[in-house]
Structures are given as C-alpha cells and as structure tokens.
Design a protein around this ligand. Structure first.
Ligand code: CTP
Ligand code: CA
Length: 232
C-alpha cells in the first residue's frame, strides 16, 4: 500500500476505543478468556489519532502490540474493569467504539486459593453469571450527539447467515453502526487482515473487502464522519 497523507478530519473529536479480550478469573492462576488479539482495536486507535482525534484506548488482553502513537492507553483485565474504564471515558466522548471481545459470562465464584484436584471429592463444576452488556449500557446512556459503534463476530448457522445475525444484533443493541466480521476457519482472530460488512442503523449496508485492519479502521472512521455530518 502506498503511504499517503491522512486527512485531519477527526480533529476536535474525543474518541474512545475498546480492544482485546477480557479474562474472568476462576482462581489466582486460571481464567476464562478468548482469542481476541486486539489488533483491530489498536488499528482503530492509531488511525483515529493520525486523523487528529483525541483518543483513549481501553485495552484488555492482547498479543504484544506497540501502543498506538498519540492515544492514551489504559489496560484492564476483566469485563467489569473494562465496563468501568469505558463508561468513565465515554462520559465526555463524542464517539465510542466497542471493538473489545467482552466475556458474556464470568465464573460465579472466584476461589481465593488455587483449585486442587482430589481423588476423594467430585470434580468441580463451573457455574457462570452473566456480565453486564457494556455496549447496550452505552446506548442506553448515550449523550446527545454521541455516536456508538459495535463490533460483531458472527458465524452462519441453521438460524441464519452471518448477515441475518448481524442485522438482528444491530437492532437489538441499538448502536449507530455495527462492524461485522465473519469468523471461523481462522478468519479475523489474530490475523493481519479483516473483512466483513458495515451496517448502519438507518439500514445502509457496505461490504468491507478483505484488507489490512488499518484499512477497515479508515473505512469505519469515514462512515462515522459521514454519519455525524449528515445529522441535523
Ligand atoms: N459487548 C459488550 N459487553 C458485553 C458483551 C459484548 O459491550 N458484555 C459488545 C462487544 O464489544 C461488541 C458487541 O457488544 O461491540 C457485540 O458483541 P457480541 O459478542 O457479538 O454480541 P452479544 O450481544 O454478546 O451476543 P452473542 O450472544 O452473539 O455473543
Ligand atoms: Ca458475546
């Protein structure tokens, strides 16, 4: 890709991006986690800062990534920590993008000491409690003029295609925009490239061709500025 000067079209905007995966502890050494690399969220933060935005990046667990130049980076671990950090940052933000893979559930009990196996007691069973849905909360508590963007990793199944699931999710969540990645077969998680669709609350749908995660980031920021320019 030929490097070219980026527009400074996000100047004056306060943007919050979440990235990476959360970890839900079972005991001092074990957790439930997910395969999120954080690369897409970091690319979003980097490109937004390059385009002039004031960027706060709330990152869960990621592969080793350089901190995006020009962004303020805050590290969190659990979904509850991510919730607190994102909500605090969102309080004065113009745009919030939830690119993080937030655990839907956490172990109901967190053992104080390492869980031991034993021959004379039954094997443990993990009971899960549901975590708060950060994106849904952001939508509910949205400031006037604030733009809220979600991500969804979907697979097609007997209930419907990737797009069917994504359209339903956008409606359910009430976000302004939803970026949809098709996952499975090594797609999206940890890779350098991403593809999918960009769905807008007004029904507009745009296919995102396979390309670098920075490319998808640029497409999303273009859509966010277009959306914000269009509104009354
Ligand atoms: N999300 C969130 N808080 C959660 C779970 C998800 O903010 N506790 C956000 C993600 O960051 C993402 C969007 O919601 O932007 C969609 O996440 P996804 O896991 O695809 O949706 P869910 O509503 O959790 O539905 P599913 O049952 O398909 O996992
Ligand atoms: Ca989920």
């Amino acid at each position: 890709e030929v490097p070219r000067a980026l527009p400074r079209d996000l100047e004056g905007l306060r943007i919050v991006v979440s990235a990476g995966g959360t970890r839900e502890p079972l005991d001092p050494v074990r957790y439930l986690g997910n395969r999120s690399s954080g690369k897409q969220g970091f690319a979003l933060a980097r490109v937004a800062a390059q385009r002039g935005a004031e960027v706060r990046l709330v990152a869960g667990h990621t592969v080793a990534l350089p901190p995006p130049a020009g962004a303020v980076l805050e590290r969190v671990s659990t979904a509850e920590e991510m919730r607190k950090a994102v909500r605090a940052a969102a309080a004065d933000a113009d745009v919030v993008v939830m690119a993080a893979a937030v655990a839907d559930f956490r172990p109901a009990d967190r053992a104080e000491h390492k869980i031991k196996k034993s021959d004379d007691s039954p094997d443990p069973v993990i009971t899960l409690d549901r975590n708060a849905d950060i994106l849904a909360e952001l939508v509910r508590e949205r400031r006037p003029g604030q733009t809220v963007v979600g991500f969804a990793a979907e697979t097609g199944d007997e209930q419907g295609s990737v797009l069917d699931h994504a359209r339903a999710k956008l409606r359910r969540k009430g976000a302004d925009l939803l970026v949809v990645n098709a996952v499975g077969d090594g797609k999206a998680f940890g890779t350098e490239d991403n593809s999918g669709w960009l769905l807008a609350a007004d029904g507009a749908e745009e296919a995102i061709p396979l390309g670098a995660k920075a490319r998808l980031a640029a497409t999303l920021w273009d859509a966010v500025t277009a959306l914000r320019d269009r509104r009354p």
